[in-house]
Design a protein around this ligand. Structure first.
Ligand code: TMP
Length: 238
């Protein structure tokens, strides 16, 4: 499958059209940003690690009955995906309080939540991704109530699968972000699941092995992502 033209270039990935209108190519770039694009950088191999980690996680989720947009890898950093109709909602699943959760609310960093907390934000950097409630999401025409309920159920199921999988690999999953789309009329998981979109803490040391290393200048981002790749996709180091 060949790229035809560029559809959209985001902060970390570029999306290309292909000869087939139902298929797109996601190119995972080495660029990364934080704080709605205010802080920017380039890290060699970041795109490669994230692409390979995402591939593995999409395959794991598909094996567990979750529908995703993933088709196949075309190269180390290019993923063939179904062209879905994007739902402009960022779905954040939290198991342990961290990040904006502790800035906005009186939770302690590292506080284990009694049950997972799901937050849905409107995906719009110019508005700093404001939090939605169901009525606002419906009023904006982002999704129906039935779709929002399905997204919530699916996000919780994904959380259980990921938590167990990462735990076996010595990684704690405090929180992560998902995006969904519509393929015909069904809801499918889109975007990526990677070190850019998850918080991942080393089970032994508690160290951040995710984009927080970049957000908060905690050290060597490439080393952190490589460590996650070593545990999640060891085969790429053979
Ligand atoms: P937050 O604590 O900054 O709200 O982030 C919650 C989770 O969502 C964390 O795992 C990082 C991820 N995330 C994204 O993937 N994209 C974003 O734009 C933001 C703000 C967070």
């Amino acid at each position: 499958m060949k790229k035809t033209d560029e559809l959209y270039s985001g902060k970390a990935k570029t999306i290309y059209r292909t000869e087939d209108p139902n298929l797109l190519i996601m190119d995972f770039r080495d660029s990364l940003t934080a704080f709605d694009g205010e802080k920017r950088s380039e890290v060699p191999k970041k795109g490669y690690y994230n692409a390979r980690i995402s591939k593995k996680i999409f395959e794991l989720l598909e094996e567990n009955g979750i529908k995703t947009h993933y088709r196949e890898m075309l190269s180390d950093h290019e993923m063939l995906v179904d062209a879905v109709q994007i739902i402009l909602v960022e779905v954040i699943v939290r198991n342990i309080a961290a990040g904006s959760m502790t800035r906005k609310y009186p939770f302690e960093e590292g506080q284990v939540l009694n049950e997972p907390v799901i937050v849905m934000d409107y995906k719009d950097d110019s508005r700093h991704d404001p939090m939605l409630n169901e009525d606002i999401a419906v009023a904006l025409g982002l999704a129906t109530r039935a779709e929002l309920a399905e997204i919530r159920r699916t996000a919780l199921k994904i959380n259980e699968i990921l938590k167990a999988y990462l735990d076996e690999r010595g990684l704690i999953l405090p929180d992560f972000k998902l995006e969904f789309g519509r393929r015909n009329s069904e809801i499918v998981l889109g975007d990526e699941i990677s070190c850019d979109t998850c918080r991942l803490w080393d089970k032994k040391t508690g160290d951040s092995l995710d984009k927080d290393v970049f957000r908060f200048d905690k050290g060597d981002l490439a080393a952190a992502y490589r460590e996650v790749a070593r545990r999640v996709v060891p085969e790429i180091f053979d």
